[in-house]
Write a protein that binds this ligand. Structure first.
Ligand code: GP9
Ligand code: MN
Length: 728
């Protein structure tokens, strides 16, 4: 997180704070006259400011307010630092949705559902293209269409999924917490011990009971352990919700309870809950591969759509819609409809746009080209009780926006937590940042979709218009790209450093949080080449490992798919070895294949129930330095959770402007470049601006001595091929 290095001093913020408090107070005291009154005013201002800043009674509210202020200020500052302060003030504000909610609550719908229950329904795989759609004259979602039409309904038709690698569980997470789940592995497991302060906790503070409902095994996605930490008092799962054993419901190996039975049984709990309550219901029947039993498949399909993913999907969604209709009626019958705000959204897509058959079939159904943004577009419907409003909102919005939006409707004066979304009901424009399906840095706004290039070179990216899909030039979108990238990095920073605990619970300010987390990786003094054998047997290397304080090793896993199993074992051995020997750092040579195998460093491969394995992976990964030979791999390794990476930059693969472009946007720990090229262009010095170390490699067996390399701006030398060599 290089940008966090650039923050201003604590005192800048103090001055800012004093100024704000002082000015506001003086405005209130406009009517006072005379020197005595003036003096009194000044004394009171200072006392008030000191009271808030010192917080002598350790009020958690004051601590938290202070931190929010510090946090907003310094992160904004950090971001400006990273980009050389090129953003205008207005833009910087946008980056930090955190701290902005209080300025976004002036609107006609503020508190429109104050004190009401909140019933939030996350519908499995529901895409927005199903809304208001018909298939051969058959309306696919009649109940949802009816709900959208009703008085009191707000419909968001450009709402998008925002996930990490936890799929359904990430959709739950970002909706409730307003920042993204992890891309490395699923947040519910990886960050189980973090402190969270999302919607359930916030509503509990308002006197709400909280409950979550899902008709499947409570251990799946580690829900059983994470839900209490997210603030849910009760988790109603398949221990209570009895499956009606309809074969195929839920799809694949997930054969849970049908949505119909789920709603019928959940209402029994809802009826008995003290009000107001927040109930979060997660459906299941429309899960991939969408195989419903025949009697529940009510859409008559054309021959060519029979037994296809698309055909099965529309049947599943139609069934899910019927069950939602049933649930809305149950709520009415039980007197809950009128005193609850009901919100409903799809968790993620069901029809992969990347599958060419599906793409063609869906495009034909839609009558236009099915693109990634259509795939990621999920509906959000919010129904307010006793309201005559009926409106469709078409600004670009993401699941991270739900928390501030619903808080506004429920009449919350402030959001005393960290969040990255905005209140959609007062926002002038929308901005959705993504990290899955569209790579980090990609975004969707009200007019365009920007897809960051997989090789990390901005000029290779693509952008197209939301309305007609036509391609547009990417040049104007660099600032927005940076914004999107930073929002993803901020989410990651929150998770990796348990920032909410530190800021909101322990009362640390941003300086303290950052100084506790940033640790610079030292340049390896000498690197020993290690083999699989070294990791297992008592070799010479092992003796060195035992006697030296710090040892760096260079390892090269086999990337031959034929020897795939061997490579997996190698990675597992490496993790255990490094877990056991904390003084070892490893540089791994990785190519395309080997990097795919890196998935085997993930928790689920180590055994998700084994906490030691999870801890081992987390700890070891900070001492692993991938050595990469292409830009594409950089993003991939970053997604695997590596902090430090060496990228070798070959002039025959990339042009110098491309290399510079890449390094402007990405900040690898070290780069390695051809010494001869660098000599001509003074490149080592240029590249050093964006990476800690610049190593050299020679293509013509040229030997440079230490001094000559230093003069060229190099920190060391890697002889080509890297596999056989030693940086020093
Ligand atoms: C299982 C369900 C499925 O409980 O939430 O999750 P998904 O496979 O869609 O991520
Ligand atoms: Mn899902």
């Amino acid at each position: 997180m290089n940008f966090f290095k650039f923050y201003h001093t604590f005192f800048n913020n103090l001055t800012d704070f004093f100024r704000t408090v002082g000015v506001r107070f003086l405005q209130d005291c406009k009517k006072l006259k005379g020197t005595t009154k003036k003096r009194i005013k000044i004394i009171i201002i200072w006392m008030l400011a000191l009271l808030i800043l010192m917080n002598p009674i350790a009020s958690p509210l004051l601590t938290s307010i202070n931190n929010q202020e510090f946090f907003s200020y310094h992160i904004r500052d950090g971001i400006a630092g990273l980009t050389g302060g090129v953003f205008g003030q207005e833009k910087q504000e946008y980056y930090l949705a955190t701290g902005t909610y209080e300025n976004q609550i002036n609107g006609p719908l503020f508190g429109a559902a104050k004190g009401k229950n909140l019933i939030l329904i996350q519908v499995e795989a529901l895409q927005n293209i199903m809304i208001h759609a018909s298939y051969n004259g058959q309306e696919l979602t009649p109940n949802l269409n009816q709900l959208i039409k009703e008085q009191g309904s707000l419909y968001f038709d450009h709402y998008y999924q925002q996930l990490g690698s936890g799929n359904t569980s990430d959709s739950e997470f970002v909706t409730n917490n307003s920042y993204l789940g992890s891309i490395e592995s699923y947040t519910y497991q990886l960050y189980e011990d973090n402190y969270f302060k999302g919607l359930p906790w916030i509503l509990k503070e308002q006197g709400y009971q909280t409950a979550v409902f899902h008709g499947y095994n409570k251990t799946f996605w580690n829900r059983e352990n994470i839900y209490p930490k997210l603030g849910f008092d009760t988790f109603v799962n398949s221990d209570v919700l009895k499956s009606d054993n309809i074969i195929g419901i839920g799809g694949g190996n997930i054969t849970g309870i049908s949505d119909a039975a789920f709603f019928q049984q959940s209402i029994e709990t809802l009826k008995t809950m003290p009000q107001p309550f927040y109930s979060f219901l997660i459906t299941l029947s429309s899960h991939h591969p969408f195989k419903l039993p025949e009697e529940l498949s009510q859409i008559t399909l054309a021959k060519e759509d029979e037994d296809t993913l698309f055909g099965d999907y529309i049947n599943s969604i139609h069934y899910a819609d019927q069950c939602l209709g049933l649930f809305l009626n149950l709520l009415k019958e039980n007197g809950l409809y009128e005193n609850s705000v009901i919100a409903l959204y799809g968790d993620h897509f069901g029809l992969p746009q990347t599958d060419s058959d599906v793409q063609k079939q869906v495009s034909k159904f839609l009558g236009y080209d099915y693109k990634l943004n259509h795939m990621m577009n999920i509906p959000l419907i919010i129904h307010l009780p006793n309201s005559d409003i009926n409106e469709t909102f078409s600004l670009a919005a993401g699941e991270a926006d739900f928390l501030p939006t619903i808080s506004y409707l429920l009449g919350l004066e402030r959001l005393d937590t960290l969040y990255l979304g905005q209140n959609l009901l007062t926002a002038k424009s929308g901005f959705v940042f993504e990290q899955t399906h569209l790579l980090k840095g990609s975004f969707i706004n009200d007019n365009i979709v920007f897809e960051m290039s997989r090789d990390g070179v901005f000029s290779h990216s693509k952008a197209w218009r939301v309305d007609d899909g036509s391609e547009v030039d990417v040049t104007p979108f660099e600032q927005d790209y940076l914004k999107a990238k930073q929002l993803v990095e901020l989410s990651d920073f929150y998770l990796k450093n348990d920032v909410l605990r530190k800021a909101l619970l322990e009362g640390l300010n941003i300086d303290e949080i950052i100084s506790g987390t940033v640790s610079e990786t030292k340049k390896p003094e000498y690197v020993y080449t290690a083999t699989t054998n070294d990791l297992k047997e008592n070799t010479e290397l092992n003796k060195i490992v035992q006697s030296e304080e710090e040892v760096s090793i260079l390892v090269t896993p086999s990337s031959d798919w034929q020897e795939q199993d061997e490579s997996k074992v190698f990675f597992m051995d490496l993790i255990s070895y490094m877990h056991e020997h904390k003084n070892v750092r490893a540089l791994i040579n990785l190519d395309e294949n080997a990097i795919s195998m890196l998935r085997y460093l993930k928790n689920d491969q180590l055994d998700i129930n084994n906490n030691d394995a999870v801890t081992a992976r987390k700890e070891v990964i900070s001492r692993l330095i991938p050595v990469l030979h292409s830009f594409d791999l950089y993003t991939k390794t970053e997604y695997e959770g590596f902090k430090d990476v060496i990228v070798t930059l070959k002039k025959d693969t990339y042009t110098i402007p491309e290399i510079k472009d890449f390094l402007d946007q990405n900040h690898p720990w070290a780069v390695a470049i051809d010494v001869d090229n660098a000599k001509e262009e003074n490149l080592a010095y240029v590249l050093k601006r964006n990476s800690n170390y610049v190593y050299g490699y020679g293509t013509n067996n040229i030997n440079y001595d230490d001094k000559a390399l230093k003069e060229l701006g190099f920190d060391g030398f890697i002889v080509k091929p890297v596999q056989e060599s030693l940086p020093y």
